[in-house]
Write a protein that binds this ligand. Sequence first.
Ligand code: HXC
Length: 257
Amino acid sequence: MSSTHIIVTKQHGYAIVQFNRPDVLNALNMKLMEEVVGALESLDKEQDVRCVILTGNEKAFAAGADIKEMADASAIEMLTRDQFARWDRIRKIKKPIIAAVSGFALGGGCELAMSCDMVVASENAKFGQPEINIGVMPGAGGTQRLTRAVGKVKAMEMVLTGRMISAEEALRWGLINKVVPVEYYLEEAKNWAREIASKPPVAVRLAKESVLKAFDTTIEGGLEFERKNFYLLFASDDQKEGMKAFGEKRKPEWKGK
Ligand code: HXC
């Protein structure tokens, strides 16, 4: 795939989308975000891609939205650009997305990591919502996703002080899944991607959809949604194969049907 601001590579069963603006710590300008979202949408349609990793480099996952691109914009320009609406398309991606974070994940970078389904971080990762320091506030889901992930008081701390937290703190606060030494963060994310790629794809899809439902429904509506998806899986060949293989004490062979 030819792009300017991202590098897309495909491995067996999964793909990696790497932000590629190292000179500006992968600041997320509109072009980069359009490329990222476009790549996710096109990978979502590829049958042999079962999971996607979003990553930056050792120094920065992403240091936020591109401040220089927004600095002189008027409110009406921001409204008509509606650049953060593009981010909503990430929520529609059916395949699991893993963020592999090293270095800065700030502002939009932190919000992008939180838009992923799981987050693996290196020991030197730093998460923060520093928008308050430049006269604004989070605009791509930070106040909502962070609050749901870490609770009110810690979200307030991050959003109102702009303080960065370490990977260890982020782990303790429940913002991320795992912290590993910097030389392994991408490898670890690849291990997870490979593991997910080895699971029955239809069940993975419906399971992801069901977990996400918990964010925007009542417990009753969510349980109903989950149950329907569970029942629906009994229409798949993979359910028959998985349960048969269990009885026969052998490894199942998934067809993705
Ligand atoms: C544009 C950025 C940038 C950003 C860094 N750079 N972050 N450019 N937008 N968000 C550029 C710098 O201008 C500089 O370019 C180069 O990257 C290296 O950055 P330095 O500041 O020299 O590096 P360092 O001293 O190591 O400091 C790292 C840093 C700092 C602490 C991360 O760069 C920083 O505070 N960045 C801004 C973080 C931030 O406020 N993010 C929130 C943005 S608002 P030059 O050309 O000088 O070499 C946001 C809104 C979200 O995200 C809304 C939804 C998306």
